[in-house]
Design a protein around this ligand. Structure first.
Ligand SMILES: Cc1cc2nc3c(=O)[nH]c(=O)nc-3n(C[C@H](O)[C@H](O)[C@H](O)COP(=O)(O)OP(=O)(O)OC[C@H]3O[C@@H](n4cnc5c(N)ncnc54)[C@H](O)[C@@H]3O)c2cc1C
Length: 427
């Protein structure tokens, strides 16, 4: 059978060694069958296994093949739309619950890394960089908002202070979040997969779920086998396709691209980011970057609505990198790749249950390293019968994209063009 390898990313090239994981052959039975071995699936599996459930994961390609093994590696708190938007959408009571959870995902990652001794270059400290005074004003209110929900490891930075942590002259100021930070994302996923297996969970790679037989005893069908389970968790996110049609209608896969330089050497790396914090700017279509463990610069940005893979990624992202760091003009790019995240119209996660036993979480709209870890915990709680936090997420409203499947890509691109024009003009 043909196998699907990792994309040629820096992460795949520097991945920790892993055991071979065969495809599913034949029929197996379990408590929970999880579709997808990204952070959502792995985090759900870990919480379930720690609570005595039997778990099998079917993964179409390899652990961390999707966004979880390709992302910028930035541990960013809260959600893609912030708690104030949630408050306006669902009211103060639910917002209180969701707001309290907004900083939990980063803590879960750190607990996992410590408990299972995961080698993933974890570093503390993330910077939100403001390009305009309007963006700085937004960061000031974001700090007040987050503090209202108990998150206090935050420092506002003026122009002089941010220049001490990022060697880029474009910023008027920023905010440092010391509970943010960064990781080697694929090695985090691989470490979590090893933890799943250490607790008796089974991961079948190269095993796409091709059909879900719904009903009181649901079955996940794969090309050469099937998994009978009491519960199913759908965690395929932007790579799920049309396996669950009711989910596809209210979300849209989008691509974003990342490049990695050759190793810069300690000295040059330290001049760019002296404290080794990660950085994302505050634009609607944002740029994000950080150093790797071996002192390369990883730089990502841009969005391709509808997730078509661009032909020349370096040509798109390198100019953005050189705008931030012109001093890198002679530095070679060793890796360039693309990955898909799942956008919802509200940019809030899409969480819920189909029937009594098929659960899902997806669509964290490009801001999912922390959220997906939280989602695993919340899904596991729901399967154990404690659904208060799950219900809070499930209550977030979701709508189909304007224009439907045919026109959602040009309509969304038009919307993004408008917002990035506003960023460029500073209003
Ligand atoms: C390039 C890029 C950069 C990003 N940077 C950041 C960042 O710096 N910080 C941040 O917070 N977020 C970032 N994100 C978003 C973040 O990575 C995602 O939100 C998160 O990893 C999603 O995890 P997931 O487990 O839900 O989905 P995925 O990691 O995409 O995993 C889904 C898995 O399901 C599998 N699958 C799909 N369908 C099936 C099927 N039918 N059968 C079996 N398996 C299936 C796929 O093969 C895949 O492995 C970025 C995303 C991208 C693409």
């Amino acid at each position: 059978m043909a196998t699907t390898p990792y994309p040629q990313s820096y992460y795949a090239a520097s991945a920790n060694p892993v055991p071979p994981r065969p495809a599913l052959q034949g029929e197996v039975e379990t408590d929970v069958c999880i579709i997808g071995a990204g952070y959502t699936g792995l985090s759900s599996a870990l919480f379930l296994l720690e609570n005595g459930f039997k778990v099998s994961i079917v993964e179409a390609a390899k652990v961390g093949f999707g966004a979880s093994g390709r992302n910028g590696g930035q541990i960013v708190n809260s959600y893609s739309r912030d708690i104030d938007v949630i408050e306006r959408t669902v009211g103060p009571k639910e917002a209180q619950l969701l707001g309290k959870m907004a900083f939990e995902g980063g803590r879960i990652i750190r607990e996992r890394v410590a408990k299972y001794n995961i080698q993933c270059d974890l570093k503390d400290g993330g910077v939100f960089a403001a390009l305009t005074s309007k963006q700085m004003g937004h960061l000031e209110s974001q700090k007040r908002l987050w503090e209202r929900f108990g998150h206090t490891q935050l420092e506002l930075m003026d122009q002089k202070r941010i220049r001490e942590v990022v060697a880029c002259d474009s910023y008027v100021g920023g905010m440092l979040d010391m509970s943010g930070g960064h990781i080697h994302p694929l090695n985090l996923a691989l470490g979590e997969a090893a933890a799943v297996e250490s607790l008796g969970g089974i991961i079948y790679e190269q095993t796409p779920a091709v059909r879900i037989e719904r009903g009181a005893n649901p079955v996940v069908h794969t090309p050469q086998g099937k998994v009978r389970a009491k519960f199913i968790i759908v965690a395929g996110n932007a790579y799920l396709g049309n396996l669950v049609p009711e989910l596809a209608a209210k979300s849209m896969p989008c691509g974003t691209q990342v490049i990695t330089t050759e190793p810069l050497g300690e000295e040059l790396a330290r001049t760019l980011l002296p404290q080794d914090y990660c950085v994302e700017d505050c634009n609607y279509l944002l740029d994000y970057y950080r150093l790797t463990g071996d002192k390369r610069l990883i730089f990502g940005g841009g969005v391709v609505y509808g997730a078509r893979d661009p032909a020349n990624i370096e040509a798109i992202i390198r100019p953005k990198m050189l705008k931030a760091f012109p001093q890198l003009k002679d530095v070679k790019i060793d890796f360039a790749w693309t990955g898909n995240f799942l956008l919802t119209l509200s940019r809030l996660p899409q969480v819920g249950r189909i029937g009594d036993n098929i659960y899902y979480s997806q669509g964290c709209s490009g801001h999912g390293v922390t959220y997906t870890h939280l989602a695993g915990k919340v899904l596991a709680e729901a399967l154990r019968g404690q659904a208060e936090r799950f219900d809070a997420f499930a209550g977030l409203p979701h709508y189909p994209f304007p224009g439907g499947q045919m026109l959602r890509v040009p309509f969304s691109a038009l919307g993004a063009w408008y917002y990035s024009l506003r960023d460029r003009l500073g209003f």
